[in-house]
Design a protein around this ligand. Structure first.
Ligand SMILES: Cc1cc2nc3c(=O)[nH]c(=O)nc-3n(C[C@H](O)[C@H](O)[C@H](O)COP(=O)(O)OP(=O)(O)OC[C@H]3O[C@@H](n4cnc5c(N)ncnc54)[C@H](O)[C@@H]3O)c2cc1C
Length: 286
């Protein structure tokens, strides 16, 4: 899949590469966008990653944590992340301003199998912060539009103000080569022009799917998977063509510490992207 991507800190995988914050702004009240560039220009340009891979981001004195890369590999040089304030590391990242420094290790994980997805229909189902890894693969598909057939996006959030990359997705709706449907659970301000209801209420809006030729990519809060997977199975999409990202607590990112192990699988190496088929065969489910 993305096994050939070069890990930039190959000599010692635990030494982070300094990277400068080029742009940061709030996406929602508790989620911020960060665009960073690795300070060493040569390393910045040779940081090759696949859509769905993640990086470890560190702040001196605070620690490090894994974050999905939200930018697309088709636009090298800058890396983008969307980060929710959760604990020690993310609070420290939130305090940083443009020009501030973070450490970057990676890229890690398997990412989405974009080669296998070529010439297929792509159905992306996003919930909440699931937009972080799925934006990467969506932008990749749009930058290489001739390599994929239909590209369909269903994006759900609790409220309009909580939709990650809301303006970006609203403007993507104008594209004729993309079928994009957005929904919020509740429209508290009465200004929302799109659908109201949970993300699964968007499925009936999608024109007939060709299940054998569709790859579905899903990422969202745990509660969403149960209902979305039911819809995808109803559509007869084969379970090995339903891909989802699993989050586990991770420390090293390189398969040494065992923090993210599920059975004999290391999420940091074998994941975070797994097929529904894989997940059904794991003893410990999502
Ligand atoms: C592959 C991958 C990709 C990710 N991508 C993103 C992303 O794009 N954006 C994003 O915002 N987050 C992402 N995350 C999640 C992020 O890495 C975590 O939220 C991380 O813990 C934040 O670090 P922190 O120090 O700020 O929070 P922590 O201090 O680690 O706390 C985070 C939360 O976890 C709880 N917690 C702390 N320790 C444990 C423990 N041992 N077991 C269970 N719960 C515990 C805390 O109470 C708190 O609610 C990703 C995680 C993985 C594995």
């Amino acid at each position: 899949m993305n096994g050939e991507n070069k890990i930039i800190t190959q000599a010692n995988p635990f030494i982070p590469e300094p990277a400068r914050i080029v742009r940061t702004y709030h996406l929602t009240e508790d989620v911020k966008f960060f665009q960073v560039r690795i300070v060493d220009m040569e390393k910045a340009l040779s940081f090759q990653y696949g859509a769905g891979q993640f990086a470890m981001i560190s702040v001196l004195g605070a620690g490090e944590a894994p974050f999905s890369i939200s930018s697309t590999p088709s636009r090298p040089g800058l890396l983008e992340f969307c980060i929710r304030k959760a604990g020690t590391v993310t609070k420290a990242i939130f305090r940083l301003k443009e020009n501030g420094l973070v450490g970057i290790r990676g890229p890690y994980g398997n990412g989405f199998p974009v080669e296998k997805m070529k010439d297929k229909d792509i159905l992306i189902v996003v919930g909440g912060l699931g937009a972080a890894p799925l934006r990467s693969v969506l932008l990749y598909c749009l930058d290489n539009r001739d390599q994929f057939k239909r590209v369909i996006v269903l994006h759900g959030a609790k409220r309009p103000a909580e939709m990650i990359f809301r303006e970006e997705f609203l403007s993507l709706k104008q594209r004729e080569d993309l079928e994009c449907y957005l929904a919020v659970d509740a429209d508290d301000e009465g200004k929302w022009t799109e659908n109201v209801g949970v993300v699964t209420t968007l499925f009936p809006l999608v024109k007939k799917i060709d299940p054998a030729n569709t790859h579905s990519l899903v990422c969202g809060p745990p509660v969403m998977y149960k209902f979305v997977l039911k819809e995808l199975v109803k559509l007869n999409i084969p379970k090995d063509q339903i891909l989802m990202t699993l989050e586990r607590r991770m420390k090293c990112g390189v398969g040494k510490c065992g923090h993210c192990a599920i059975d004999y699988i290391y999420t940091c190496l074998d994941g975070p992207v797994f097929s529904y088929w894989d997940v059904l065969h794991m003893r410990e489910l999502i």
